[in-house]
Design a protein around this ligand. Structure first.
Ligand code: ADE
Length: 240
């Protein structure tokens, strides 16, 4: 599962260049019984199996290079992963991600080994592996030189806490769907204003919570949002 994702695209190149290093460990390699058992039945009764603490503690103790490395347990019950958590993780020299499986993980891992429990969203995956890949991807692209131009990372959605503005390329007219005229005006101030408006419009449509964060909106933004609201109420009819 990890090899296929990590060998392709931007991540594949970053690994090749040594900009990031990812090591995947099999918990079975840290068992001491004949059956290499990593899970067991839960105390107190309940269907399903729970991951045992010993292999997880042994694995983390073995792979930890940086004594300050944070250890994250991936589970649907954790702190929600977002761009801020990604930035926090990107500051560490080593992060250890524990992929949960089966019905759960012995709570002692959470209480005494993990620094934090992280969820990538409100849904249950069959295991933490896809979540680990999401985190590796989102964190890696914040590191120097992983994405060609840091400028493009800085212009991404969320870097400033707003969604991206829409982008267009050739052809100018595709099946009658036309690129907005303003982008050909050569008036950079006008274009910047249009882009800011579209960012605000999209963010307001799906994520009002992002706009409500303090200090994000300038008086000009508030004016634009007011204009968007009025347009929505049908008072103005601006195309696109
Ligand atoms: N493991 C199972 N579901 C998960 C989720 N939503 N996030 C992180 N790890 C998980």
């Amino acid at each position: 599962m990890f090899d296929s994702v990590l060998s392709a695209g931007v991540l594949g190149k970053a690994l090749e260049k040594g900009l990031i290093e990812v090591k995947v460990h099999d918990l079975r390699d840290f068992t001491s019984d004949r059956h290499r058992q990593v899970d067991d039945r839960p105390f107190g009764g309940k269907p399903g199996m729970v991951l045992k603490p010993e292999p997880i503690f042994a694995a983390v103790e073995k792979v930890r290079i940086d004594l300050n490395a944070s250890v994250y347990l991936l589970s649907p019950q954790g702190r929600k992963f977002d761009f801020r958590v990604a930035e926090e993780l990107a500051r560490s020299s080593q992060i250890i991600l524990i992929c949960g499986r089966y019905e759960g993980v012995d709570e002692r891992v959470n209480k005494h080994l993990a620094t934090d429990e992280i969820s990538i969203g409100d849904y249950v995956l069959t295991g933490g592996e896809p979540a680990a890949l999401v985190i590796i991807d989102a964190v890696s692209r914040l590191l120097p030189d992983v994405v060609g131009k840091m400028e493009s990372v800085k212009q991404d959605s969320f870097f400033e806490g707003l969604f991206d503005y829409p982008q267009y390329t050739r052809p100018r007219d595709f099946r009658g769907m036309r690129v907005p005229e303003v982008l050909f005006s050569g008036d950079h101030k006008n274009i910047a204003q249009w882009r800011r408006k579209k960012s605000l419009e999209k963010t307001a449509k799906f994520r009002m919570d992002l706009l409500k964060e303090e200090g994000k909106l300038s008086p000009e933004d508030l004016r634009i949002l007011d204009e968007i609201q009025r347009e929505k109420e049908g008072k103005t009819n601006e195309p696109d």
